[in-house]
Write a protein that binds this ligand. Structure first.
Ligand code: TA6
Length: 276
């Protein structure tokens, strides 16, 4: 089943249900904000205080950070994490190849608004495959005559039973930038979270997110960096759209910082993550 509906502010949401899972996605930002396998807890976390209005990114799910991750490298006045997550995408294809699988393709193209922020011709597509696993591919096509560099992330918020019981396995030995201190550090063993964490790991291995109740597997492709973020209590309380930080952890499949990607004219780059 695929259906769409608009809220009173004209905010359009696409709902999907098949034998394996349910999912919800906003046209704004091609923002997947719900994915739940039948009979299981939601895999994507979403704040109960989230905005559902144009111009504000939804707090949760899988925001698309594109065409830059974090603050704009040259102009801090430009929107953090780029403009894709607050832009209106177009649903260009949908299919239900079998009872277990639903595929959606959403597209964003350059516009006068985007050119004012980022002076390149592009086509950005998100291919979402909802089934026994969740596969999301962000495909950048350079339609310009000049190369451009893109930093990006599939900024995934995961539901965890309780943050105190979380262990992130797979990044042992990787170095990371601790954005809170500005220091580069080497990860020793699994990651545990007991304070605000905001780290850009210079690696993108297969990751197991354990929360004491279940394990979620994160399988990246086209990525060389992984961001791990939890705002913890003080920062969470300072964010109007953030509720319970103890039930979430962001593990973001990225091309962040030195992992930004140069895309030649006519070429494509795909950043993809599969969640199990
Ligand atoms: O997840 C990494 C990060 O860049 C954090 O520094 C924090 O700002 C987070 O993204 C959320 O950013 P947002 O713009 O969605 O509030």
């Amino acid at each position: 089943m695929i259906r769409s509906h608009k809220n009173k502010d004209g905010f359009t949401v696409i709902e999907v249900e098949n034998r394996q899972a349910t999912a919800k996605l906003a046209l704004q930002g091609a923002h997947l904000f719900h994915y739940q396998k039948q009979g299981e807890q939601p895999l994507l976390w979403c704040s109960k205080l989230r905005y559902f209005r144009h111009g504000k990114a939804i707090r949760g799910g899988m925001p698309i950070c594109w065409p830059w991750f974090g603050k704009h490298p040259d102009d801090p006045a430009l929107p953090q994490h780029g403009f894709a997550r607050t832009s209106l995408f177009e649903l260009v294809a949908m299919s239900e190849p079998d009872e277990d699988t639903t595929e959606l393709v959403l597209q964003l193209k350059d516009s006068p608004e985007s050119l004012a922020l980022w002076p390149y011709l592009f086509r950005l597509r998100l291919v979402v495959v909802i089934g026994r696993t969740l596969s999301v591919a962000l495909i950048t096509l350079n339609q310009d005559q000049q190369p451009f560099t893109v930093s990006s992330a599939l900024h995934t918020y995961f539901t965890v039973d309780h943050i105190d019981n979380v262990k992130v396995e797979g990044l042992a030995g990787a170095t990371y930038l601790d954005t809170l201190t500005g220091k580069t550090v080497q990860q020793v063993g699994n990651i545990a979270i007991n304070a605000e964490v905001d780290r850009v790991y210079h690696a993108a291995p297969l990751i197991n997110l354990h929360d004491g109740v279940r394990t979620i597997q994160v399988r990246p492709e086209g990525s060389g960096s992984t961001v791990v973020w939890n705002p913890w209590q003080e920062k969470a309380e300072s964010m109007a759209d953030m509720d319970d930080y103890t039930t979430m952890l962001c593990i973001e499949t990225a091309n962040a910082m030195q992992d930004a990607r140069l895309v030649a004219p006519g070429a494509e780059h795909t950043l993809r993550v599969e969640l199990f």
